[in-house]
Design a protein around this ligand. Structure first.
Ligand SMILES: Cc1ncc(COP(=O)(O)O)c(C=O)c1O
Length: 401
């Protein structure tokens, strides 16, 4: 119909549609502003592995997930640069077309060895991995149980699968069990999804107990270990952090945190990985990970495997901080400083900014209403004196309020 409008009329309709779209966006933004939840992008340059520049100021960052400072490690950078020189920048196509560079296979073999699985599959990012893996395994007749605090990408994957999705209370294995008792019989397959290390809370999932529960109910356990790889279990991740390795059928994680680059992976059995090549839509219909990022990840894994003592440092620094700040002992390099309202969290972040620290406020909907916080992340190279100064500020000027 629209194609038949006279040009001047069609132009008028287009202008009206554009105006209503802008009006919608402005109204949404105004509402977010009113409740202190509006976000904006702030130019930030990371010139080394700890310090950033924002608005012309040099700040010590406690808001990066580069736990091992590998994003700026000479060997990691050299590996990426050499791969770009040799192979170019982009992969050129999906991995199933021409984008399956041999370096991806090499990286997958390394990841499978590290995680002690038969095989692995690399994806473009953590979000893409989760959005591809879960719908490839479960569908309309199936059930996905997700920890209520699990990362948005696990929720996205679960919802894309179009089956029944239920939340279990955070780290509450008994609640997950009760849900399985009630619902298991009505579903063909069940997938339980959790994070190995919770990205906004820093605590660990009870992975061995969830694994035992999954096997009792013939359910499949998937752990997103984005924040465990490289820093827990001698660098192997949270699945390896307990005395006995937890049996997790689907070990997912990212290459963008301790590995210092970008991309993600699933480590699992050979048939599951072969199925991903055939059914994971975010792998099939998305361009392959650039070879340079695979080369960088391989170099980072070399460093992690060579120096497990270095991998333990971020957690040790986080523990020292929590001890000095009077907070519960850190379980991972991530430490939440709970504030409450979004407005107060922004004020706390500004206070630390004035003192030379970048500690970004995390607000709803990333975290639940009333639980806005500063999320601090510690890296191997954070200077002890600065950690001490930060702890003193948090203890005396933020928590004491
Ligand atoms: C636990 C967790 N899973 C997945 C992701 C998404 O990974 P990516 O940034 O590679 O999309 C993140 C954050 O980025 C995360 O914190």
């Amino acid at each position: 119909m629209r194609a038949q409008l006279k040009p001047d009329l069609a132009g008028g309709h287009a202008a009206a549609a554009a105006a209503s779209l802008d009006q919608f966006a402005r109204a949404k933004l105004a509402e977010l502003e009113r409740v202190h939840l509006r976000r904006s992008l702030v130019d930030t340059t990371r010139t080394d592995s700890l310090w950033v520049t924002r608005d012309g100021r040099r700040l010590l960052s406690f808001s990066c997930n580069d736990y091992l400072n590998l994003a700026q490690h000479p060997a990691v950078k050299e590996a990426a640069i050499a791969a770009i020189r040799r192979h170019g920048v982009g992969a050129g196509a999906s991995r199933l077309v021409t984008g399956n560079h041999p370096l991806l296979g090499e990286l997958e073999a390394r990841l499978a060895r590290l995680k002690q699985t038969e095989a692995a599959c690399v994806f473009g990012s953590g979000y893409l991995a989760s959005a591809g893996i879960i719908p490839a395994l479960v569908g309309r007749e199936d059930l996905v149980l997700v920890d209520e605090l699990a990362h948005a990408c696990l929720w996205a994957g679960a919802r894309l699968a179009r089956g029944t999705v239920l939340a279990f209370r955070h780290n509450d294995v008994r609640h997950a069990e009760a849900l399985l008792v009630e619902h298991r019989g009505r579903h063909r397959h069940v997938l339980i999804a959790t994070e190995g290390v919770f990205s906004m809370d820093g605590d660990l999932a009870p992975v061995p107990r969830l694994a035992a529960l999954a096997s009792r109910f013939d359910a499949w356990l998937m752990s997103d270990d984005a924040h465990g790889l490289g820093v827990l279990g001698n660098g192997r991740g949270s699945t390896f952090a307990t005395a006995k390795k937890a049996e997790v059928a689907l070990q997912m994680g990212t290459l963008s945190k301790a590995i210092g680059g970008y991309g993600a992976y699933l480590c699992a059995s050979r048939p599951v990985i072969d199925l991903m090549h055939n059914r994971a839509r975010t792998l099939i219909y998305s361009t392959g990970l650039p070879a340079a990022l695979a080369a960088a990840a391989i170099a980072a894994l070399d460093l992690i495997e060579r120096e497990p003592a270095y991998a333990a440092r971020p957690l040790a620094k986080a523990k020292a901080f929590t001890h000095m700040a009077g907070l519960p002992e850190a379980e991972s390099p991530i430490v939440p400083v709970m504030i409450g309202s979004a407005e107060a969290a922004l004020a706390a972040s500004r206070l630390l900014l004035e003192e030379g620290f970048l500690a970004v406020a995390i607000r709803p909907p990333t975290v639940a209403e009333g639980t806005a916080r500063l999320r601090l992340s510690f890296s191997a190279l954070h200077p002890d004196g600065e950690i001490e100064r930060l702890a003193e500020l948090v203890r005396t000027r933020i928590l004491a309020r």
